[in-house]
Design a protein around this ligand. Structure first.
Ligand code: COA
Length: 317
């Protein structure tokens, strides 16, 4: 379990933004074309509605502009753009290239595909860039899963949706917000959740559910151990927004009450790489975070990836 070397240059989030397509699709609307119903979807997943539409680049530009505005940074000040997405607009080049151009950035830009753990992967990666000398890094998590969802498959169509969340990460003197991190993957479980190039998502929902709880708890516990943090010290847990039953089972095992989680999935569905930033920055926008609060981000996804991070919230400078 890698630990952050003492003396490594730290970073803090100085601005954030969220973007969701305008079009909302309710459970009732889905049940017009699928053999399902609102009560079943709410009870088994916690989802009431989802936002559908847009492109990965378009949503990324929207959330990133808000983040850069809040951080009060000029596009030319950004040293790198890291975009987490599992639904790029094209196979080549990375969608980050298009986002970089549309935002007027003059810096390196690359995509990270770690499925629903993607934003935490990107955030850790961005901290690494700052430790290596970058001063301001733009981190985005965006997915347009509606484009790879088979709308006639009730096992997946009820879950997946589109959205984006972004933040500006800036170098600070002295220790930054990141206390510990953990990244994991198990490629042997690839067949449980995948989409062929040009194809739709296929999923063994029951098995994904079972493993999700275990790997989330495992990753969270590793980060907590490295940071020397106990569950009762966490002010906020931001889990991947896949299913409230997965979140509540994981929180139960971690010893965290549900009131201390941020949940937006009833409104957004599962937006993969966007899910953690949408929930994280929803909590920030609602004033649920104060400086010094300990926050656990924890995700899991296809691959099967898992990722967690413990942050000491410092918010805007
Ligand atoms: N609407 C209505 N009924 C449905 C349904 C739907 N969309 N999907 C399944 N059913 C029915 C099944 O046919 C079954 O009926 P039966 O008992 O008469 O045989 C019953 O509901 C239970 O089905 P099951 O497959 O056991 O449901 P579940 O409780 O496992 O819930 C998921 C299905 C997909 C919601 C759940 O497995 C899940 O969320 N898994 C994790 C998926 C995930 O998070 N993926 C993304 C990871 S990043």
């Amino acid at each position: 379990m890698p630990q952050i070397p003492s003396g490594a240059r730290g970073a803090v989030i100085t601005g954030w933004g969220r973007a969701l397509p305008d079009k909302i699709v309710t459970n009732d609307e889905l049940s017009k074309t699928l053999d399902t119903n609102d009560a079943w979807i709410r009870e088994r997943t916690g989802i009431h509605q989802r936002h559908i539409g847009g492109t990965t680049a378009g949503l990324s530009v929207q959330s990133a502009r808000l983040a850069m505005q809040m951080a009060n940074v000029d596009p030319l000040e950004i040293d790198a753009l890291v975009l987490a997405t599992t639904t790029p607009d094209r196979a080549v080049p990375g969608t980050s290239a298009s986002v970089q151009h549309q935002l007027g950035l003059k810096c390196g830009a690359y995509d990270i595909n770690a499925a629903c753990s993607g934003f935490v992967y990107a955030l850790i990666n961005a901290h690494g860039l700052i430790a290596m000398g970058a001063k301001k890094v733009l981190v985005i998590g965006t997915d347009t899963l509606s484009r790879v969802t088979d709308w006639s498959d009730r096992g997946t169509a009820i879950l997946f949706a589109d959205g984006s969340g972004a933040c500006v990460l800036e170098a600070v003197d002295g220790p930054g917000q990141l206390l510990a991190w953990d990244l994991d993957a198990d490629g042997s479980a690839e067949e449980l959740l995948y989409a062929e190039i040009g194809g739709f998502i296929k999923m063994d929902g029951k098995e994904v559910f079972r493993r999700a709880v275990r790997i989330m708890v495992d990753s969270a516990q590793k980060s907590m151990a490295i940071a020397g943090v106990t569950a009762d010290q966490l002010a906020l847990v931001v889990p991947h927004q896949a299913n409230t039953r997965i979140i509540s089972a994981a929180c139960d095992r971690l010893g965290v009450p549900m009131e201390r989680t941020s949940i937006v999935l009833h409104e957004t569905g599962n937006t993969s790489s966007a899910s953690i930033p949408l929930a994280f920055f929803d909590a920030a926008d609602k004033g649920r975070l104060k400086n010094g609060d300990l926050v656990l981000l924890v995700g899991f996804g296809a691959g099967m990836t898992a990722a967690s991070a413990i942050l000491r919230w410092q918010g805007q400078r």
